[in-house]
Design a protein around this ligand. Structure first.
Ligand code: GLC
Ligand code: CA
Length: 539
């Protein structure tokens, strides 16, 4: 397997709106990110992925772009961006952007032209139809909206204000490649490719919606036959010519397709985010993960990629609720479970991604009232469920578990003054636990989530086997213990993570040396609730 800088890197995802506000308007911005670069150095980060900061009317927090080559006013200016890129590079880190190629804002000049008349030269840059299909949008409700001006429907897999571009049109594709190359020439170090498995659609056998309601026509809009042709072209015309990293948000892509999508020889990008682990929460329990199912899914990805490709390792991002509140236990074993989940995924083969706040164990927000939620997906979900006749309480229950806002509350830097995020009331309320759950408090405690993440990063950096070594599931007697080894010619390491509040009898193998543990003193006979350890084994 080829050695590359991005395989050895640890990536940190910044959601700039919620990271750090530099000018006191309650909204995070680019200068705010700049102010926190030394924090990321302290943590040991190599690459920053920044979520969209482009010009945008902001109905989906920047994922609705009205100018790909300009900066959203609230975020700052292009000068600020250039300074940020420079600041990142000066500190020896890299910066990757979120590249949104499936749709634009309806306020993008391309769409304004496209919707202006049926014979506009850019008409075909978007997807217009006389008759819509019965497809449901990923953000609830119909995926087609009727446009009065030209009396046709346009397609939007996401919100109404996010029309999908038409990848079948070569001119549109060229415009996207030119824009991508413009950023590469500016010196960015790669991209996270947003919604990339949706860029091709299958319009065959399109059922008409009349009288049938909307259906999630997943197979018609995800990883559709022929998509790889588009992605090969994208790769060849843009990033293939640069030493950059690419990671695709590739919902629906399976382990059978690893070679074509991300194979070292033929792949159209370097890594992808799989979605299979999203659905492994125990259904009838408030929290906790089905550990057996988790072992099955992650081991399948590890084995399928082994020797031919590379995984993107992650447990959180801006679209999921907080991991300690879903797979862990955010009450009694908050600290232990946040770190046990961390150990579990972080040492697998692949490039680890950490989402802002994950490194201090931030939790879901306890927001009861709908007015405290902001996310367009959440609000649409509420509206459509209500229209289906589902009761307010039941919908709120789902939102309290799954809303994307849980991961978007402002970063908790300190225990007073709006959590050190801003000097005025933030755009989205802070999680009230910022008074005790924050970076400053955790710097003091050697066993804090923050300090354990720091040590995890340092350990991976110092042990090549944790980067390139082979992964193998390690059997223990307990279903709730996720254990695996990493091995190369020289070394062997064992990672153990107890993902339940059970005491598990366990003794280390002969000659094992403890490298890292999320509890203080070692217990030679058992793994305590949510205890996690890393051992050097004899070879
Ligand atoms: C991706 C993003 C999500 C966004 C959507 C539409 O799934 O991660 O935040 O809402 O694409 O761009
Ligand atoms: Ca601001």
């Amino acid at each position: 397997m080829k050695k590359t800088w991005w395989k050895e890197a640890v990536v940190y995802q910044v959601y700039p709106r919620s990271f750090k506000d530099s000018n006191g308007d309650g909204i995070g911005d680019l200068k705010g990110v700049m102010q926190k670069l030394d924090y990321l150095v302290e943590l040991g980060i190599d690459v920053i992925w920044i979520c969209p900061m482009y010009k945008s009317p902001n109905i989906d927090n920047g994922y609705d772009i009205s100018d790909f080559q300009d900066i959203m006013e609230e975020m700052g200016t292009m000068d600020d961006f250039d300074r940020l890129l420079d600041g990142v590079h000066k500190r020896g880190m890299k910066l990757i952007l979120d590249l949104v190629l499936n749709h634009t804002s309806d306020e993008h000049p391309w769409f304004i032209e496209s919707r202006s008349s049926r014979d506009n030269p850019k008409r075909d840059w978007y997807i217009w139809r006389e008759e819509p299909t019965n497809w449901e949008s990923i953000f609830s409700g119909p995926a087609w909206t009727f446009d009065e001006t030209t009396r046709q429907y346009y397609l939007h897999l996401y919100a109404e204000k996010q029309p999908d571009v038409n990848w079948e049109n070569p001119e549109l594709r060229r415009a996207l490649y030119d824009m991508t190359t413009w950023w590469l020439d500016k010196g960015v170090d790669g991209f996270r490719l947003d919604a990339i498995s949706h860029i091709k659609k299958d319009y065959s056998n399109m059922p008409n919606p009349k009288g049938r309601g909307y259906v999630p026509a997943w197979e018609k809009m995800t990883d559709v036959e022929g998509i790889l042709g588009f992605l090969k072209e994208l790769r060849d015309k843009t990033f293939a010519k640069y030493d950059v990293m690419t990671v695709g948000e590739a919902n629906g892509v399976t382990t059978d397709e690893i070679d074509e999508w991300i194979g070292e020889e033929h792949g159209v990008m370097d890594m992808l985010f799989q979605f299979e682990t999203w659905y492994l929460r125990k259904p009838d329990e408030p929290c906790g993960v089905n550990v057996d199912a988790l072992k099955g899914v992650l081991t399948r990805w590890q084995e399928a990629a082994q020797g031919i490709s590379w995984n993107a390792l992650y447990v959180e991002n801006h679209d999921r609720s907080r991991i300690v509140s879903t797979w862990g236990d955010d009450t009694v074993y908050w600290r232990e479970s946040a770190t046990a989940v961390g150990f579990m995924y972080f040492f697998m083969q692949g490039t680890p991604f950490i989402y802002q706040g994950q490194e201090i164990g931030m939790t879901n927000a306890p927001f009861e009232d709908l007015v405290l939620y902001h996310d367009v997906k959440t609000l649409n979900f509420y509206r459509y469920k209500k229209a289906e006749g589902i009761e307010h309480e039941a919908i709120m229950q789902m939102i309290k578990m799954n809303s994307r806002d849980h991961s978007r509350t402002p970063m908790q830097w300190q225990g007073e003054g709006y959590g050190g995020f801003s000097t005025s009331k933030p755009w989205l309320d802070l999680n009230p636990n910022y008074t005790w759950l924050n970076v400053e408090a955790q710097r003091q405690n050697p066993l804090s989530v923050f300090n354990l993440y720091k040590q995890m990063i340092a350990l991976r950096k110092n042990k090549e086997v944790l980067v390139y070594g082979a992964y193998k599931l390690f059997k223990t007697w307990y279903a709730c213990v996720y254990a695996y080894t990493r091995e190369d010619k020289k070394e062997k390491v064992l990672v153990l993570s107890n993902l339940k509040d059970e005491l598990c009898a366990w003794s280390p193998p002969e000659g094992a040396v403890l490298l890292l543990c999320n509890y203080g003193a070692e217990d030679p006979y058992s793994l305590r609730p949510y205890e996690a350890r890393v051992y050097q084994l004899e070879k």
